[in-house]
Design a protein around this ligand. Sequence first.
Ligand code: NAP
Length: 361
Amino acid sequence: MKAITYSNYGPPDVLQLRDVEKPVPKDDEVLIKVQAAEATKSDCEMRSFKYSVKWFWLPLRIALGVRKPKRQILGGYFSGEIESIGKDVAHFSAGDQVFGTAQLRLGAYGEYVALPASYTIVAKPSNMSFAEAAAVPLGGLNALHFMGRAKIKAGEKVLINGAGGSIGAYGVQIAKSMGAEVTAVDSGIKEDLLHRIGADHFIDYTKISFASNGRTYDVIFDMVPGSSYTACIKALNPNGRYFSGNPRISVMLRSVYTTRFTNKTAKFAFARETKEELLNRLPRRFLWLNFDVFTPLVTDSTPNLSDRKPTWRSRTEYIRNDYVRHIRRQVKLYKRYKQLNADWVSLSIEHSKLAMKLKYT
Ligand SMILES: NC(=O)c1ccc[n+]([C@@H]2O[C@H](COP(=O)([O-])OP(=O)(O)OC[C@H]3O[C@@H](n4cnc5c(N)ncnc54)[C@H](OP(=O)(O)O)[C@@H]3O)[C@@H](O)[C@H]2O)c1
């Protein structure tokens, strides 16, 4: 099979398209033919091994390979079709369409990935495309985890820092669905998108710091590494809650102090990304936004984005056939594409900005 591989940590050039052995599922595993995989910030971090939060380096280096990557195919979030199952797998069959996470096994940047059936892999809703589904687990599960822990009450003021990213954009939608008044912080190009998915207010971090405008919040959800802890805590109301998805060691220590000795709470957490959440809690409740999804993952063709005619598919009232926005998105995708430097990866522009509303139950 073909796969995007890397055998050394480093810049985008370390990625290579290669023919590798097709995986064979073990007794408790499923073999999935990958249809789409999300290109995430985490993939870039694991490729370069540059982490803004320095302490991540050691445990991840031990887990992923000290001198070179143990698992040479990146890709943690995918959708696809089950091709075969191991003899002990009872709840999947060949032909099932699924989506989910590959955890630190990774491998979704290959045509096939073999994963334990016990991983967070669930049936893909029939009203989602493969590309849409691949974009859900990272952002959706992480945001759901944090928003759940924040115990948001209707009417509370919630600020999401890094709101235009994979996780933040779901955070906006989930906080909104819980009845919060949401302030989204990100760069100006995402303002329109963030208002469309429910943000009440927007702050462009390239122009102003949200912590310096005198406004305060009941919950701050911070996905940006390197934010000022002092400024975030100052921007909380009494009994306010601060959640960091990228905690530095100093933030972890100070969180304990803040929670114990002040009327504010600071927490850091890592989402568990469970099957139950993906199966039962997310799909029925939230909009799906698609970010940088490549589909199909691997082809031999070299895409020429300037020649590519933009296509646009609309599924709900949330989608507007807005050509200007689409072009902007293309530019951003192209940047991410350049970052991966994968001139052999086919970039599916048509999936770049779909959103759809699944039935609320
Ligand atoms: N705790 C956990 O369980 C967990 C799990 C997964 C990931 N993470 C971490 O969470 C972070 C976010 O992940 P992601 O996948 O959502 O990343 P992402 O898609 O790259 O999103 C990050 C967003 O933050 C914006 N941003 C950058 N600097 C900012 C600033 N100073 N102020 C406000 N916004 C800013 C970025 O905008 P620009 O386009 O302007 O850069 C981007 O929209 C990553 O660092 C990742 O490693 C944590």
